[in-house]
Ligand binder design. Structure first.
Ligand SMILES: NC(=O)c1ccc[n+]([C@@H]2O[C@H](COP(=O)([O-])OP(=O)(O)OC[C@H]3O[C@@H](n4cnc5c(N)ncnc54)[C@H](OP(=O)(O)O)[C@@H]3O)[C@@H](O)[C@H]2O)c1
Length: 348
């Protein structure tokens, strides 16, 4: 069997370009004991992967030139040498932009996903997948969210932010999101039920907008972007406020010259707990998060949002759109148009 895969042709400078990627063909590897062969159905496109395309040390090794572009995949099991996976099951793991993947036990995100036919398959890679799990564990464990908290979420119309805001609202918090356009602001308030939104790009005074929405300060800031947003938020935190640091996308396109924070002193002034986290390290909470998120999506209390392109070839462009800030909801690639999506979903 032949596997088509997308590898790194050259290192991007800023927002990636289609020429940074190329398609290769290789034979599908033979399985060893414990391994599972997936026919991939959906890729989750994640901004953190941009950081791995630079030759910079991070929590994941950089991708070598010629290396497979990493991503979370969801695939149908076509062969298994693992007693916990049967043909026809759905396996998920952090592997890469390729048609077939070998899933190794113990690898990041390794899971036999309990796919039910009352949700479209793409939901398991968005609100009910790692974006939702990240929002859930980020708020509950690392942000120590409490009912009544006043919560600010950045990149609020995005994959993680859109779920984080709704989970906070469902947990009894007042939630405001930051976004880059009026259209995203409308989605966040009118569709997702946030209590407010700030268009950071088109407001005269970002700090004044934050003060207006939080006259008494912020209890919990769920940080997806870092940069100038974090710098502006730090002085507006309440005493003993909490900042779970989920991501710093504002730096990803130029990691060799990151934004330099001016207000980090405010961590001491307000005795802020600022804590970075990797969602997959909260392995003991994954099933709790999946059950809660699926329940809310089924009941209609949580609106899942996504933008989906089709076919392996569409993957670089989907990633480029994500890294240009053009997307709303979870950015996904389905490998062909037989994969069910939220669009037009009327149940099984
Ligand atoms: N810690 C973890 O375990 C974990 C897991 C998953 C994701 N993450 C992180 O969570 C954050 C959100 O990820 P996501 O998958 O939900 O992405 P996303 O929010 O769907 O998309 C990224 C959004 O970030 C905003 N953005 C801000 N500055 C940007 C810039 N310089 N370039 C491009 N976009 C920019 C844009 O929203 P606006 O147009 O509104 O500015 C954009 O739409 C990322 O930092 C990611 O690395 C962390």
């Amino acid at each position: 069997m032949i596997n088509r895969r997308i590898v790194l042709a050259s290192r991007p400078d800023g927002v990636p370009d289609p020429e940074n990627f190329r398609i290769e063909e290789n034979p599908v590897a033979e399985l060893e004991d414990g391994q599972v062969l997936l026919e991939n159905r959906v890729f989750a496109i994640d901004p953190a992967v941009r950081g791995m395309l630079d030759d910079v040390e991070s929590y994941m090794p950089p991708v070598a030139i010629g290396g497979l572009i990493p991503t979370m995949v969801l695939g149908r099991v076509v062969k298994s040498r693992n007693p916990d996976f049967r043909e026809g099951d759905y396996g998920r793991g952090f592997i890469g932009w390729e048609e077939y993947s070998v899933l190794n036990p113990g690898s990041v995100g390794f899971e036999n996903v309990r796919v039910e036919d009352d949700l479209p398959l793409t939901a398991y890679m968005g609100a009910v997948g790692w974006s939702g799990i990240t929002a859930y564990v980020g708020l509950k464990r690392y942000g120590e969210m409490r009912s009544g908290d006043e919560v600010l979420i950045s990149a609020a119309a995005g994959a993680v932010g859109s779920v984080a805001g709704q989970v906070a609202r469902l947990s009894g918090c007042r939630v405001v999101g930051t976004v880059s356009s009026d259209e995203k602001a409308r989605i966040v308030t009118d569709t997702l039920g946030f209590h407010g939104a700030i268009n950071y790009r088109d407001c005269a005074d970002f700090d004044a907008e934050i003060r207006k929405h939080f006259p008494d300060g912020i209890d919990l800031y769920f940080d997806n972007v870092g940069g100038v947003t974090l710098d502006t938020v730090l002085p507006r935190m309440k005493a003993f406020g909490r900042i779970p640091v989920c991501g710093m996308i504002a730096n990803y396109n130029h990691q060799t010259d990151p934004y330099r924070l001016r207000n980090i002193w405010q961590v001491l002034v307000h005795r802020i707990t600022m804590r970075g986290f990797l969602a997959f390290e909260a392995a003991d909470m994954v099933h709790e998060a999946e059950d809660a998120l699926a329940g809310w999506v089924r009941s209609g209390e949580l609106i899942a949002t996504e933008n989906v392109s089709t076919g392996l070839e569409s993957t670089p462009q989907a990633f480029i759109r994500l890294m240009s800030g053009e997307t709303t909801g979870k950015t996904l690639v389905r490998l062909d148009d037989s994969v069910s999506t939220l669009a037009g979903w009327k149940g099984a």
